[in-house]
Design a protein around this ligand. Structure first.
Ligand code: AVJ
Length: 327
């Protein structure tokens, strides 16, 4: 973590990580905010709603792939050993359940280690999973897997399968995703596996609709970041004066989300002693969601020290799930 470029705000509690990221992003030109800021309690709820809107094909497409191939995936990862399942993020609900169910069917008990920065999300995942899938032993780990990853050691009779599903990797810049996968590989032993879910490049209209749904849930998700800054940095954004914009950036192969100022205005963020002037039409870049071409995820995994073994996709070729093993 870089040190804050401003003196520590005194009066109320704020996270230094948030303060320094917001300061850096809003001082930049063009302005940006990191996409991890979306996931406060309200934002996590909104994302959960997004996964169910008709235009957002991502979650249901990946779920269908996993539903069709869970037993095969688990069997191929495990070979002749007992599988320990690790998940980066606190459980993608029913998608994780499909794989855990398949593992419980192969072996009587399965250890499941969800890794997340949020202790409350982990507690919730633990209760839900232990309740719903007898045979799963949950060992939660509070860790920021984007910075460090340390896992329970395994017995010689075991093998790990790390789940990094849900297109979570799509939020990382190409160089960052490479580093992240290298770090994951470094925490594993030879023979351990990763299951990586990536969203694929597709028709622009489909992408556009998925990130700008008719019901406006994604717009609310995007604007919620301003609500969060109002609460946590005592800022005075009027979220209604920022429009939601989703664009396909073909050159960089990514969907982008922006918040566009509908008028000339000034926003004050007293907690970081920052005044920001927005011109009408000026935007804050809030998210990149990278889309892969077929074969690219496998190339990335190879460069990070994994040997890709199998890729599963849907009939339309919209999403890919790749299994790769530590060499
Ligand atoms: C959670 C990063 C996979 O990029 O599709 C959904 C977040 N942003 N709608 C994605 C998101 C807008 C999502 N990921």
């Amino acid at each position: 973590m870089t040190t804050s470029p401003f003196s520590s705000p005194a009066s109320f509690h704020i996270s230094d990580k948030i303060a320094s990221a917001v300061y850096e992003g809003l001082m930049s030109s063009p302005r940006w905010l990191p996409s991890w800021l979306f996931y406060d309690a309200a934002g996590s709820k909104l994302f959960d709603q997004i996964t169910r809107i008709p235009e957002y094909y991502v979650t249901r497409t990946e779920r269908a792939i996993l539903a069709d191939h869970a037993a095969e995936i688990v069997g191929q990862a495990a070979t002749d050993r007992a599988l320990r399942m690790v998940e980066l993020g606190a459980g993608s609900a029913d998608k994780t359940r499909l794989l855990l169910n398949a593992a419980v069917e192969r072996q009587n008990a399965v250890f499941y280690e969800p890794v997340d920065v949020s202790a409350s999300a982990l507690v919730e995942a633990q209760m839900r999973i232990e309740d719903e899938i007898p045979g799963v032993i949950v060992c939660p780990r509070v860790q920021d897997y984007t910075h460090d990853l340390e896992l329970d050691s395994t017995l010689p009779s075991e093998r790990r399968l790390v789940l990094y599903i849900g297109s979570s990797i799509g939020n990382f810049e190409p160089g960052e995703s490479m580093l992240l996968l290298e770090r994951v590989r470094a925490a594993l032993d030879p023979g351990d596996c990763i299951l990586l879910g990536v969203d694929l490049v597709k028709d622009e209209a489909v992408l556009q609709a998925a990130y700008d749904d008719a019901a406006g849930v994604t717009a609310a998700f995007n604007r919620n970041v301003l609500v969060r800054l109002n609460r946590e940095l005592d800022a005075d954004f009027n979220p209604a004066t920022f429009g939601h914009r989703a664009v396909w950036n073909a050159a960089d192969s990514r969907m982008e989300m922006h918040l566009v100022s509908a008028k000339d205005q000034e926003v004050w963020l007293p907690a970081i002693d920052l005044r920001v002037k927005f011109k009408v039409g000026e935007s804050i870049h809030t998210e990149n969601s990278y889309k892969y071409r077929s074969g690219e995820a496998e190339t990335l995994l190879s460069k990070a020290g994994f040997a890709p073994e199998a890729t599963w996709t849907d009939e339309r070729g919209w999403f890919a799930v790749c299994l790769a093993r530590v060499r």
